[in-house]
Design a protein around this ligand. Structure first.
Ligand SMILES: [Zn+2]
Length: 429
């Protein structure tokens, strides 16, 4: 099956080439902003006349090129992509209005905002790689040096050039490669199914494993604050301010790189260890909560969509399952033993006792059991696969609903779901 893969390379353009790259970035930004401006003007003029607004003919790229001839000097495909990006941003915005999702109105692209990017497509081999010389051919720019040891032999679909705050250049090469994907498993053992509760303090909490937030979040946060302070002290428009901005950009870049590496590591590990991974779908609000627990700065945020995408394709490629359960599923409030819902549960309650069956729950562990249970239900009822109950490390018995009692000094009063715990895991509170 053909799948898209991305490979990111650091570029080392010579002076002439970096001028050309900057020019393309500038032209794409210029065209994007001009088109956005036009849209805003037209909207202001015609907003009361739906028909006219709907049928309005916006200026084409060609017309813009006639008006601003310098646009002709750069890669035409890159300009087309800028146009398409604006269109997509618009559609996203209007879709958001319909569905109530919070999507901002397309914004003007600023010269000062990094990374700056443009995307261009491979047409008749216009983009190719020479691994011997370690050079990549970029339309209108020529052969640019890169550093990387990986062999890239799959056909190139498109590339995205980016310039980061410390004025470094990168290219993300999207290739199409044939991947041998095993057929999806039809029968799973519940011990190979893992549910995780996500939290700002611990990242992922599972039944038997935990993935902690990387230490570097904290270290880098200090550095980031320091660099921000330095920048704010420098006089506006001064050379020193520019230098401070570069330094700050370097910290951001390093964090992003480490974050990506870390996300790949965690998702790889999960996809190796389990046949199915179950998580709760986070909404924007939930993410904000998640992030505020981590850090106040925006870059250190947890990239939920990135994490979800990495895990999704890694599970897929191994014939495994990644299940997201509904964000309204009451994973914390539900008693995993008797299914009673505790509506009095507060966010600060780390331990609670079920009023119906008397089980004492550790908040996170109870949620994990419920998440796994709901995931197994989806796997069986909605995806149609069989999940066989199996014991894990001989510590607990997991029924088909995935529930088993958790917490301390719990003993199974009501055999409603027919499960019981044989031996408690040590639960530190
Ligand atoms: Zn209960």
């Amino acid at each position: 099956m053909p799948v898209k893969k991305g490979i990111r390379l650091r570029l080392y353009p010579n002076t002439e080439q970096s001028i050309l790259l900057n020019k393309t970035l500038g032209c794409c930004r210029f065209l994007y902003n001009k088109m956005l401006e036009e849209h805003i003007t037209v909207y202001a003029q015609l907003k009361d006349d739906n028909d006219a607004l709907y049928n309005h003919k916006y200026k084409t790229e060609k017309q813009y090129k006639l008006e601003y001839p310098f646009l002709k000097e750069v890669d035409a495909k890159a300009l087309q992509t800028a146009n398409r990006q604006l269109f997509a941003a618009y559609q996203n915005f209007f879709e958001g209005l319909k569905t109530g999702r919070e999507v901002g109105f397309p914004r003007f692209k600023s010269k000062k905002r990094y990374p700056q990017t443009y995307t261009t497509y491979n047409i008749n081999n216009s983009i190719r790689i020479d691994p011997q010389r370690r050079k990549i051919r970029i339309p209108k720019v020529g052969w640019v040096k890169y550093s990387d040891n990986r062999t890239i032999s799959d056909p190139i679909k498109h590339i995205t050039l980016s310039k980061t705050a410390p004025h470094k250049y990168f290219v993300a090469v999207t290739v199409v490669s044939e991947v041998e994907i095993p057929p999806k498993k039809a029968v799973l053992h519940s011990k190979d199914v893992a549910g995780f509760d996500m939290s700002a303090t611990h990242f992922l909490i599972g039944e038997h494993t935990q993935y902690e937030n990387p230490r570097f979040y904290r270290d880098e946060e200090k550095r980031l604050k320091k660099r921000h302070r330095e920048l704010s002290r420098k006089e506006k428009g001064s050379k020193n301010r520019e230098k401070a901005r570069l330094k700050l950009g370097q910290v951001y870049e390093k964090i992003n790189k480490r974050k990506r590496d870390w996300l790949h590591k965690v998702t790889h590990d999960l996809s190796e260890r389990y046949d199915a991974v179950i998580l709760e779908n986070l909404n924007i609000k939930g993410m904000q909560q998640f992030n505020s627990g981590l850090s106040k700065s925006i870059t250190l945020d947890f990239s939920w969509y990135q994490f979800r995408a990495y895990l999704g394709y890694k599970m897929d490629w191994k014939g495994k399952y990644f299940v997201l359960i509904d964000r309204f599923f009451p994973s914390s409030k539900l008693c995993s033993v008797c299914s009673q819902i505790n509506n009095d549960l507060k966010l600060s309650d780390r331990v609670w006792t079920c009023k119906l069956c008397g089980t004492t729950h550790h908040r996170d562990k109870n949620a994990v059991v419920n998440i796994k249970g709901e995931g197994i239900r989806i796997l069986q009822e909605e995806i149609g696969i069989v999940v066989i109950s199996t014991t894990h490390h001989d510590t607990s018995t997991v029924g088909t609903t995935g529930s088993h009692a958790s917490g301390e000094n719990v003993r199974p009063p009501l055999p409603i779901l027919g499960q019981f715990s044989r031996k408690e895991e040590s639960t530190s509170l």
